[in-house]
Design a protein. Sequence first.
Length: 239
Amino acid sequence: MQVLVVGSGVVGLAVARAAAIAGHEVIVAEAAAAIGTGVSSRNSEVIHAGLYYPTGSSRAYHCTRGRRMLYAFCASHGVPHRKCGKLVVATNESERERLAAVHKQAEINGVEGIEIIEAAAARRLEPELACVAAMHSPETGIIDSHGYMLALRGDLEDHGGMIAFDSPIERLRPARGGGWDAAVGGSDAQWLSFDAAINCAGLGAQRLARATEGYPVERVPRLILAKGNYFSFAGRPAF
């Protein structure tokens, strides 16, 4: 099949790589002049162990499984990363119960190696830490996200896929006989046809979904932009 993937962030490149490895002819349409300039350039670069997600949820399943796969990919492709571990802390006695609940959920989710440790043991790992107890998650890590995207791009191109930069997709419509027609903007505006189209446009995904002929508007989530903050259990900023 001829496959169009819209967006060359982490998700778009991973989808395109998988499609190319499966033997499809893949083109990634990227509105910018380089890969990973949108949401993928602004993430925390944390490899999450899978501690908090509700039992039986897709996130609980995919986070732990995906984390194992990601470490293996980084090792095989030379992507800079480090399994540095993480401490989830109780800063006072009243927070021990909540810490135990996080530990139990992590166990249910199949996270390896987690344990509750006392303050002295936690301070041996991080001398500047102030807590009464902590949960140690040795599987949490960090990754060079751009290095990861470069590795995904390398696999994509090694399997015959390509990225068309400065090529925003402005509209999608069902093609006669099946597949999709895509309106490509930029300096060489034109309509192109594909057997399949996959919307990985990041913050532009909702706009493209609304510009996709026949796509149910009720399935397009409302885009909410928000600035996040990290908090300790007690509600005090962690940083």
